[in-house]
Design a protein around this ligand. Sequence first.
Ligand code: BG6
Length: 460
Amino acid sequence: MSAPPTSDALVMFGATGDLARKQLFRAVYRLAHRGLLRVPVLGVALDDWSTDDLRERARTAIAEAGEPIDDRVMDELLRSLRYVRGDYRDPSTFVSLKEALGGAKSPLLHLAVPPSLFSDVADGLAEVGLNRGGRLMVEKPFGHSAASAEELNRRLLAHYDESQIFRLDHYLGKEPLRNLMVLRFANAILEPLWSRERVAAVKLTMTEAFDVSDRGSFYDATGTLKDVVQNHLLQMATLIAMDEPASEDADDLRDKKVEAMSTIRPLESSDVVRGQYLGYLDVDGVAPDSTTETFAAVRLAFESDRWRGVPFLIRTGKALEETITQIDVEFRRPVRPLFLNDECPINRLTIPLKPAGHPSLTLISKSPGEAMSPRAVRYEAIEEHGGGEPPKAYELLMEEAMKGDQTLFARVDGVEASWRAVDGVVADPGPVHVYERGSWGPPEAAALAADAGGWPERAA
Ligand code: BG6
């Protein structure tokens, strides 16, 4: 099969918005710096801006992101930027865009717009024929339930082939999660450990010390389960749970991911403890009687031969004690424990995402001295060859989408399977418990992890 063509233009819908300012301009600059973006970049939005305004925004956003600036790269990038003003529901916007694109045949069309506009933009693009050869890169949240995700897929697939749709979850572009595939499938020594025979629990932590800040109205309509559990955390859990794919090919990988995701027992309210931090109700844009969760502890079960009976425990939320994103795979104790005592930690493979670090393995060793008493020793990878700085998640995902490689994007069946896992609890979520800012969440969450050694407390 011949490789798909590389995109010959990049179109940023939502170019005046927050995501563009915080992430996308930096990603575009970094791609340009690596010589991977030699195409026109068009920003589209409703705001009454000029091309100069867009260039100014891009320049300041890139500087504020802390990128060291190479003036030659910056000037070239700014020269390639154009602004197209228009309403996403007005067909003339797409006529102007098509004109501005000149003869581009396979533009990457990035929809960083409110989800309610995804299908309008996709339809508008199709009206002017940009569905032929164009690639749609769609931000999260992709729907707000299984039914709405199916409906959105139906609308998109009416005009675009699945091979043209790139459903973005920026966690899939994170280096430690890409490394997880290599760790798991390039090290045969891990495979015999990777199942309920040897694993006692898998713990996924994504705690954030910061609060919802100025995102009150978005967050209040969304909540933690839909903001990060349905997507980022289920993706992480699935990368741990999936079986070995037949090859590195995008569809072989995604087949195995979807297969694993489809074995998740649909969550019920008894599998989840929701929390809301004290003070959340005073945030601008939040309803005064809101029961939206800013914290979720979740007990997930994969009903597969590999994982039946092993809890996958997720703890995530805002305004918590520390900002940590980390996976801990905790192994079973020996059947007949010699040299162990009850306080001794268990074997654990830790994969840190934030703060960044290397995977580490906790083994039990003898404490120095005469007694045969055990202690935990953490073995951490030492990079023998400086690996250099990996691309940032958005940068990598843009690069992959421009190449037409879908490996790091959710497929139609994957996104629907992830919604099916959380749908029940989103519809009938149970009570929300108040917690102190700066704590680890509501005390009620302890019960979910009680039989699995509790929640991990600190970054590795
Ligand atoms: C986003 C969520 O998708 O991911 C945010 O909307 C969350 O609420 C963010 O803070 C976390 O991403 P990262 O890459 O900073 O861990």
